[in-house]
Design a protein around this ligand. Sequence first.
Ligand code: DHB
Length: 403
Amino acid sequence: MTDTPVDTVVSVPVAVVGAGPAGLMLAHLLGRAGVEAIAVDTRSRHEIETTQRAGILEAGAARDLVETGVSDRILREGHEHEGIELRFGGRPHRIHFKELVGASAWLYPQTDVFVDLADARARDGGTVHFGVKDTEVLDITTDTPRVRYTAPDGSRHEIRARYVVGADGSRSMCRDLVPEERRVRYGKEYPFAWFGILAEAPRSAPELVYAHSEHGFALISQRTESVQRMYFQCDPGASTDDWPDDRIWETLQARVAGRDGFRLHEGPVLEKTVLRFRSFVQEPMRWGSMALAGDAAHTVPPTGARGLNLALHDVKVLADVLLKALGGAGGAALDDYQPRALQRIWRAQNFSSWMTRLLHTTAGATPFDLRLQLGELDNVVGTRAGRTYLAEQYTGWPAGCSG
Ligand code: DHB
């Protein structure tokens, strides 16, 4: 297929494979600087918009969406959370981010971030092709890489670019283009998954509740006044068919139950999904004229909601180095990308994995293991240093982070 004729050929500085938040934010940042980027995605816009994803943005990421002119909808429709609740041993413990580190987090679903970015691209005249097939990325070890794809109407197209960015998510095909003998994949599978639901019910709590219990983990999040998002730790082989609403509510209630009599507001379950759970990083994040960003290069377990935030940080750094490279500094400017992105990636990997271990139960854990976990949770909530650590990690680090 590589050199079969195509219906159209266009040339742009940057071609982006993947039009999720990472790919679209990158195209937006480049577009603001007058550099055109075309993005393609195998999914339709509708499919991306209706796939439930995480809901927490660091304050810095929220600010970037507003200040770079994507949209200020987050300020009107998002919810600023000044803390979270950790529940364990049947008791609630508030971690007050604002008081501890002067920062907060925003509850604003990833699907809304995507809608804002897709609308901004359309508003600014950016080109995004959704619903494409047979995407091929060619010649990445040359200065003239290409992306070929089939449009929904069956026509075949080629984008000639100076750089290609693989922002094609956790099942990335771009990352496989880095030769096997030159790439390293670090990762860990966990012996559990998350069962995620959307339920029609009023809010059960004003902020997020991360609950540890001897039965397993649960997370109580929100979406709107009348629709709530919740998760609970489940077996990785779980099937949504085995989980009627009654069983879901019984499980969730048992995991948040406590001496304070806390109960969740129940309602019809609108959607159920079993979410994959793993830690993964591929290095290098750049190969020739191609760079990887977001989930294509790294995946974190969902605990702590780092994934989207990390992806947005990647593309902030990547836009900066691409603009330098295209502005005359050449490919050498891209050498800065991985070191600048990777420090935050490993910090987030550590935090996500730490928070996962802190809150989940593992089959085969002994009563001793459980008490150790409760001891650690007590250390976190019972010391200012512990609370501050959690607050700092959860609300994010300064861009470029060293501090
Ligand atoms: C949500 C998801 C998370 O993984 C998390 O840590 C917090 C919130 C959510 O979907 O709302």
